[in-house]
Design a protein around this ligand. Structure first.
Ligand code: ZN
Length: 184
C-alpha cells in the first residue's frame, strides 16, 4: 500500500477489525517512513453491482467512493469512524439485497436518510452537494424539515466558511439570499 502522504510503500498494520456483518475488514496502517496513519478496506468484490448515474451511464459500484463522499460530509464533525463505517455497511448491505443495477439517486437518498438521523449538519452538507438544491427556497424548506434545530447562522458558517474571500473570482456555487439575481 502506498502512503497517501509521502508515497512510501513501506507500512505496517497497527489494527485490523471486521465490520459488524463480517463483509469487510478495516485495517489501520502506519507509514514506516513518515508515520502517517491511514485506513484500508478489504471486501468481497461485487463486480456485478452497477450504478446508473444521472446521465444514464453505468459504472461499477465503489464502496470507497461512497465512504469518501460520506466522510466529506462528516468533516470536522464529531461522528466517529465507526459510525461512518457502520453506515456504509448498512447501505452496502441494502444495495446487495436489491437488484444488480442501482440508480445513483437511490444511493444518495439512502445516505441522506441515515445522515439525517445521525448528524443534521452533515445531512445538509451532503444534500447541498449531491441533491443540488434548485434555489434558496428549497434549501430553506430542507432546514425547516429538520425542525429548525440548527441556527441558520451556525449552518451558514458550516457550509461557507468565513475564510473564503468575497468578491474575487467566481468561486464554488453559493446560495444567495436574493433569488432574483441581476445580470452578471
Ligand atoms: Zn508516508
Amino acid at each position: 500500500m502506498r502512503c497517501p502522504k509521502c508515497g512510501s510503500r513501506d507500512d505496517k498494520v497497527i489494527d485490523s477489525r471486521q465490520s459488524r456483518d463480517g463483509s469487510s475488514i478495516r485495517r489501520r496502517r502506519e507509514c514506516l517512513k513518515c508515520k502517517y496513519r491511514y485506513t484500508t478496506y478489504e471486501e468481497i468484490e461485487r463486480s456485478d453491482l452497477r450504478v446508473v448515474k444521472r446521465d444514464r451511464t453505468h459504472e461499477p459500484f465503489d464502496r470507497r467512493k461512497l465512504a469518501g463522499s460520506i466522510a466529506k460530509a462528516f468533516e470536522k464533525r464529531s461522528a466517529s469512524l465507526l459510525t461512518l463505517e457502520k453506515m456504509v455497511d448498512e447501505i452496502v448491505h441494502e444495495l446487495e439485497t436489491g437488484g444488480r443495477e442501482v440508480p445513483s439517486s437511490i444511493i444518495g437518498a439512502k445516505v441522506l436518510e441515515k445522515l439525517r438521523a445521525i448528524d443534521e449538519v452533515a445531512y445538509l452538507r451532503y444534500a447541498s452537494v449531491y441533491q443540488r438544491f434548485q434555489d434558496v427556497d428549497e434549501f430553506v424548506n430542507a432546514i425547516h424539515t429538520l425542525g429548525r434545530r440548527i441556527k441558520p447562522n451556525a449552518l451558514q458558517r458550516e457550509l461557507f466558511p468565513p475564510e473564503t474571500p468575497q468578491g474575487s473570482t467566481p468561486g464554488p456555487r453559493k446560495i444567495s439570499k436574493n433569488k432574483h439575481h441581476g445580470r452578471v
